[in-house]
Design a binder for this molecule. Sequence first.
Ligand SMILES: [Zn+2]
Length: 158
Amino acid sequence: MDDSTKDKQEALDKRYIRMASIWAENSYCKRRQVGALIVKDKMIISDGYNGTPSGFENVCEEENNVTKPYVLHAEANAITKIARSNNSSNGATMYVTASPCIECAKLIIQAGIKRVVYSEKYRLEDGVELLKRAGIEVVFISMDNGKLKSEAACASEQ
Ligand SMILES: [Zn+2]
């Protein structure tokens, strides 16, 4: 990749990751909201956020504030949504607002996803390590710039 292609890719990556973070707002989970997009040939072919399976009540946490064991992560929801469609995740890029856990990393590998862009580091990096071992390109993008920009925009509006 030459420099201008690289810059364009980085700009696109930032926009998609911002979209994923907006998508995370759909999550009714209280402890943590995560959003994911799957992009292929510059098209968003799937999306997901963390939540309970279809048909279950929209509550992620037990009374003691522990996440229910059947809550699906954003990545798993995005991948399983493709399984119900005519699309294929093979060769696609996944944008996810948090670093994938090891369970999701396994799904990402098996779904044929070739590139993962994420924006928030998590103390456990075993998912990211597994993706790299599988030869998947993993890119970290800090959302700080996006936040600073939107804060500046708010300040100028006031
Ligand atoms: Zn996960």
